[in-house]
Design a protein around this ligand. Structure first.
Ligand SMILES: [Zn+2]
Length: 298
């Protein structure tokens, strides 16, 4: 498979998703400064033609396929909502409005993004929370310390912090669109697997004429088909009359056997299909309940 990026500043992104479009790749290359190193690629909200790249000094929003434009958001980023439980996306304030970044393979847990952010007040320890109350002195501080503070809020700090500093991530209410996105597609109702009975053909007649090779009265060999069916020769038939009789058809017995087996196989398969359907239905109801819960933002 050909590499998406050959520029040494961008090769690390070959391991991440996104940038399948050459126009977007070119725009990204051109926007990159000398010595700027890319770290991860993110999907942006639900837009197909917008992607974000985190570098060592900025977040680059690449928008559009034809004549793609790049918006540079210098670090530190202003994160308005950190990932929380099932909500994996990170909400970031950009000149294009608030955007949810998600879906990076290289930065699966959004540690890099959070590391590139200015501290989230309230999730830090009391001392840091106090310093955050001063008008943005933390902008020039090393971001790695802030990242740790964001990732590991201690229970103590939650209690010790003043009320207005508790969990700002929760205070930012999710929009309807975000909750819908988090919930994903609606679970599909399972269908019962259709089971068909094997077609064994029409029933052959249950009896056939008993054809004799010899006359049953005198033992003379019989060749005429009518005589064979009557089971007597032309002389004996005048004396004794026709001796014709029917016997059970072996083909009919074989057919019955085949039909019985097909019936049994059909029932077994239907029992299996019913059990499978019951399982799928239970799983569906659970998935549906969860989907409804996430979608309603609970
Ligand atoms: Zn005879």
């Amino acid at each position: 498979m050909p590499q998406k990026f050959t520029d040494p500043r961008l090769v690390s992104l070959n391991d991440d998703d996104g940038f399948v479009d050459s126009g977007m790749r070119r725009a990204l290359c051109e926007a990159l400064e000398a010595g700027e190193i890319a770290r991860a690629t993110y999907s942006v909200s639900a837009h197909i033609w917008v992607q974000a790249v985190l570098t060592d000094r900025a977040l680059l929003l690449v928008k559009g396929a034809v004549r793609a434009k790049v918006t540079r958001v210098p670090l530190p980023l202003e994160i308005t909502r950190a990932p929380d439980g099932s909500r994996k996306g990170v909400r970031v304030r950009t000149p294009l409005g608030q955007k949810t970044l998600w879906g990076s393979k290289l930065d699966d847990e959004a540690r890099l993004l959070l590391g590139a952010s200015r501290s989230l007040s309230g999730t830090t320890d009391p001392a840091r929370a106090a310093s955050d109350r001063r008008p943005r002195p933390s902008q020039n501080q090393p971001s790695s310390i802030q990242a740790e503070a964001v990732k590991e809020p201690t229970p103590d700090s939650e209690i010790a912090a003043p009320p207005e500093h508790i969990a700002p991530a929760r205070e930012v209410r999710q929009t309807r669109r975000q909750t819908r996105q988090a919930a994903g597609p609606k679970p599909r109702q399972p269908r019962r697997r259709r089971v068909r009975k094997q077609w064994v053909g029409f029933a052959p007649s249950s009896t056939i004429w008993d054809l004799a090779d010899n006359c049953v009265k005198c033992g003379r060999p019989l060749t005429d088909p009518r005589s064979r069916q009557a089971r007597v020769g032309t002389k004996c038939i005048r004396i004794y009359g026709s001796q014709q009789r029917k016997i059970p058809n072996p083909r009919h017995a074989a057919w019955i056997d085949k039909k019985t087996k097909a019936e049994a196989a059909y029932i077994a398969e239907r029992v299996g299909a019913d059990a499978e359907y019951a399982r799928a239905k239970t799983a569906y109801h659970e998935a549906r309940a969860e989907w409804t819960r996430v979608r309603s933002g609970l």
